[in-house]
Design a protein around this ligand. Structure first.
Ligand SMILES: Cc1ncc(COP(=O)(O)O)c(C=O)c1O
Length: 347
């Protein structure tokens, strides 16, 4: 039996040989004392890469987003997020549970945008004692549940300008920021310039084993560092992990284009299979979302049958299935994946 093709997520990536070597040889210190030279180097490199004055290495994207919301908002404040956002669906309600921050939602367009008129309508009256205080707008780029679509800098600039005139802060869930940057052919900093803070993951398509970055103004990162300690996220000789993060930023960004090419190959293959529906225009990065137009298969039954043939994909609710290409997946794997789906859907 050939090896399993795992397209459930780009989080399944394993570290590259260069990462493993860098991890073994990294100079280390106690990062809670600010003395790990490898973490310090990663944080500086990350801040420069996204064009922010300061950055913080955190264990996960979820913690990075949580720290951002808690560092921007206080108890009784409201963060406005899209109704398809990762922060809303997959982060265990952290801002509300741990920070007393309400999450208010606005509808998400198919292109991942939150419409300006909906944001304007969602703002609270600060004089009305019934309402929470609007404090923060969160965007997501690339947008996971919208199929990895990318937000353009012109849109981000518009939201940034709107937020500034209304006295709101802005945060970007950029778990896959570099996928968006590569897809647009722009430096990552162009996608973050108009927003106050950004979280991005080193552990997805960039293939580091663990870790994300939160970046923003120095005072904001100082608050986030304190909150990271509060949550138990202060790590000691974390340079072992940061070493892989440095390789991720220096050597793994450009190759994301291969994942995007493979995602399009996958999408075009699936598109030709009777019983599968997908929107090719939504395939802009490494994510392919599709639905079933046949009563013979439920999403659960299909994922189960595919797994038995050595192909893993994910279910993301409302009848949608998700496949993600990544480091370790080659064009030949994609061709085999399409052949497996074709064979199974036909049975
Ligand atoms: C858009 C988005 N934001 C945040 C996260 C959270 O990252 P982590 O799994 O490292 O907590 C993910 C993870 O899949 C994600 O897709």
């Amino acid at each position: 039996m050939p090896p399993t093709i795992d397209l459930r997520s780009d989080t399944v990536t394993l570290p590259s040989p260069a990462m493993r070597a860098a991890m073994a040889n990294a100079p280390l210190g106690d990062d809670v004392y600010g003395e790990d030279p490898t973490v310090n180097r990663l944080e500086q490199l990350a801040a420069e890469t996204v064009g922010k004055p300061a950055a913080l290495f955190v264990p996960s994207g979820t913690m990075g987003n949580l720290l951002a919301v808690l560092a921007h908002c206080g108890r009784g404040d409201e963060a406005i997020v899209g109704d398809e956002s990762h922060i809303l669906h997959y982060e265990a309600g952290g801002p509300s549970v741990l920070g007393g921050v309400a999450l208010g939602t606005v509808p998400t367009e198919l292109n991942g945008e939150l419409p300006l008129h909906a944001l304007a309508a969602a703002l609270r009256d600060p004089e009305d004692s019934h309402e929470p205080i609007s404090r923060l707008i969160c965007l997501e780029n690339s947008h996971n549940r919208c199929g990895g679509v990318v937000l353009r800098p012109a849109y981000t600039a518009e939201i940034g300008a709107f937020a500034r005139t209304r006295g709101l802060a802005t945060h970007l869930d950029g778990a896959r920021l570099f996928n968006a940057a590569v897809a647009l052919g722009l430096p990552a900093a162009a996608l973050t310039a108009d927003l106050d803070s950004v979280m991005f993951c080193l552990s997805k398509g960039l293939a580091a084993p663990v870790g994300s970055i939160l970046a923003g103004e120095a005072a904001f990162i100082k608050r986030a560092r304190r909150l990271r300690k509060l949550l138990g996220g202060g790590m000691r000789q974390a340079g072992v992990l940061a070493a892989a993060g440095i390789i991720a930023l220096e050597h793994m960004v450009a190759r994301l284009a291969e994942d995007h090419t493979n995602a399009m190959l996958l999408a075009k293959g699936l598109y030709t299979i009777p019983g599968i529906a997908l929107d090719l225009a939504s395939v802009q990065t490494d994510i392919v979302i599709f639905t079933l137009e046949t009563s013979r298969w439920t999403p659960a039954a299909l994922t189960h049958a595919l797994a038995e043939r050595g192909l893993l994909i994910g279910e993301i609710g409302r009848g949608r299935l998700r496949a993600v290409t990544h480091y370790g997946i080659e064009a030949a794997d994609v061709e085999r994946a399409v052949a497996i789906v074709r064979e199974v859907v036909r049975t």
